[in-house]
Design a protein around this ligand. Sequence first.
Ligand code: VGL
Ligand code: ZN
Length: 229
Amino acid sequence: MLTRILILLFVTMALAVYAKNDKKALLIIDVQKDFCKSGSLEVPNADEVVPIFNNLRSSVKWDSVMLTADWHPEKHVSFASTHEVKEFTEIVLPNGSKQMMWPDHCVQRTDGAKFHSDLVVKKSDVIVHKGTNLNVDSYSGFFDNDGESQTELNFKLQERGIKSVYIGGLALNVCVTYTCLDAVKLGFKTHLILDASRGLGDAQNKAAIKKLKAAGVIIINSRDIIRSF
Ligand code: VGL
Ligand code: ZN
């Protein structure tokens, strides 16, 4: 009898330690109006991710929920209008770096920079702004594209002892991909929530998923997360 109790106690403790060591965060990338329906940089079917995130929040006990927001100053280096170019193609900047041209989007404090109005956001959530440097773009939620400066995202995750991250949002082939790749590099057990992500095109999305798999990112759907936690 005593042995059984001791075994049970040991198993319970081991499970508790394991659960404690595997703290998990939900990272919601750029679910902002400008990337959603009728936004200036509309991602096809973007709005579909909103109920998926809301359901993930209510069905899973996350240790932390963090949201990134693309947050550009006016005349940002990534805006075609800044360079008076008409096409949304890659250009070479005077400093020699390559920069993709985009329509004006997610300008700080504008309506388009707000989160989708149906997305559940709580007071306890951590919100991380990115792309705030006028002269450098930032696709990853962690680092600027030139790798020089970083946001507080890694610090906030470390501070909370997060070991696993579950990442989804907009756009799959741009900011979601870059954030996942940096998360792996920083040592997080990294999951892409595929059904909670939308990208700019089928071919681009496919290429992104392939790249993420090769980098060691675990591809998962919200249903499987809800089932396994
Ligand atoms: C994004 C293009 C430009 C994104 C941000 O959030 O994926 N894409 N800025
Ligand atoms: Zn941007």
